[in-house]
Design a binder for this molecule. Structure first.
Ligand SMILES: [Zn+2]
Length: 407
């Protein structure tokens, strides 16, 4: 298992259209039918698009530089009883790929195979990594076509999607349903940014988003433990370290969290007239402000909402939207109410939708809170004071508690 920081080197995206189509087909296949070895639904189940897929996979662009597989990270395998793992293939350049779900066959376990077109391996990519946790046995490289194979454990399923800038293919492995009843609820709080990614800043007041977000998350955690003693609370990071967006949500999935809340501070390069609190749920949007904000939070140059990502948002809408919207509404209301006890004019920017990568693939209600504006003078000044931070944190905690109690 490798757990390493995120490379911020922006990859050059090539052949985007072809890749999107390939991936789109790939995801459709996976989402529609995730075969464990109990329900073999191999290639025979592939629908009509196959010829098209083969056609698209032709190396049609001779001048195209080879994409390079730089690293394979496995997240979420830290706990012995992890409910899932997330495997992230990080590339320089954008590879063409398609994926297959293969049932158990003889001594071979059920597998997810990512077949790559015209890709070279980096030297640091190991030929094989044993995991043996969270539904995943091992990740290995295979030939003759360059492919990455995930050997699954019995009953496990995989879902494949990709993120851009830099290009990443993500496989979410779920160990299978084993809902534990009467267990204590678990909330994962995610302080945004950290390490080499400080996020937004206000130099005049010495405020850095990663530090303020961590402080807010810790205050929220202790408040939540105080008002909901049965609830377990975990932070994705407790120090100033690099943590990839993929790893944050992977942890929540692996631990089967009941809620995932990513905590951030808003900022704008343009003058801010009123600041305020916003809570976001995952979805696609055409709203310019939301697109700009998502690009900043995703670390992308522009918010690239490709076909696959809107498909993922649709998937989220179907499975988690109701819970996410309820959670968002409660956090928004309580945070605003508490925040106004210190800053009476704190503006309500409402519950909104945006394509935040950190929320993609979450298997529980998940939201992202922009708790205040670092670049709005009254809020920045207030954020230098413990009383305002405490008020916001108590608000977030009350919102989460209210959501858990109402389930
Ligand atoms: Zn942020």
């Amino acid at each position: 298992m490798t757990i390493v920081g995120r490379s911020r080197k922006h990859a050059c995206i090539r052949g985007g259209t072809n890749t999107s189509i390939l991936c789109l087909i790939g995801l459709l296949l996976v989402v529609v039918g995730c075969p464990g070895d109990s329900s073999p639904k191999p290639d025979g189940a592939l629908p009509e698009p196959l010829p098209e897929l083969a056609e698209l996979a032709e190396p049609a662009k001779p001048a195209r530089d080879k994409a390079r597989l730089v690293r394979i990270d496995v997240y979420g395998a830290g706990a012995a009883d992890a409910a899932g793992t997330r495997v992230v293939l990080l590339f320089e350049g954008a590879p063409l790929f398609h994926q297959e779900q293969l049932p158990a066959q003889g001594i071979l376990p059920a597998r997810v195979a990512i077949e790559l077109e015209d890709v070279e391996w980096g030297d640091a990519v190991p030929m094989s990594q044993a995991v043996n946790r969270g539904g995943l046995q091992r990740v290995r490289l295979a030939t003759p076509n360059p492919r990455v194979v995930l050997d699954l454990r019995p009953g496990a399923t995989g879902r494949v999607f990709y993120l851009t800038d830099p290009y990443r293919i993500v496989v979410d492995v779920s160990a299978g349903s084993r809902r534990r009843h009467n267990r204590r609820p678990l909330v994962v709080l995610d302080p945004g940014h950290g390490g080499r990614e400080p996020g937004a800043a206000n130099d005049r007041h010495g405020l850095v988003e990663s530090e303020v977000a961590l402080d807010l998350a810790e205050l929220t955690a202790s408040r939540l433990r105080a008002i909901m003693p049965r609830t377990r609370v975990m932070l994705t990071r407790s120090t100033d370290v690099d943590l990839s967006l993929e790893e944050r949500c992977a942890l929540a999935n692996a631990m089967e969290a009941d809620a995932f809340v990513s905590i951030h501070l808003n900022a704008s390069s343009e003058p801010v007239r009123k600041g305020g609190v916003t809570t976001f749920v995952l979805d696609t949007t055409n709203n310019r402000q939301a697109l700009r904000l998502a690009a900043r939070e995703n670390g992308t140059r522009v918010a690239e909402v490709t076909g696959i990502q809107s498909l993922l948002a649709k998937y989220h809408r179907r499975t988690q939207a109701e819970g996410s919207l309820t959670l968002a509404g409660k956090i928004q209301r309580h945070t605003l109410q508490r925040g106004r006890s210190v800053l009476p004019k704190l503006a309500n920017r409402g519950v909104r939708r945006a394509m935040f990568y950190v929320l993609v693939g979450a298997r529980m209600p998940s939201v992202l809170v922009e708790a205040s504006f670092l670049t709005y003078e009254p809020e920045a000044r207030a954020l230098t004071r413990a009383s305002y931070r405490r008020a916001l944190a108590h608000g977030i905690a009350s919102g989460i508690a209210s959501y858990l109690l109402a389930r």
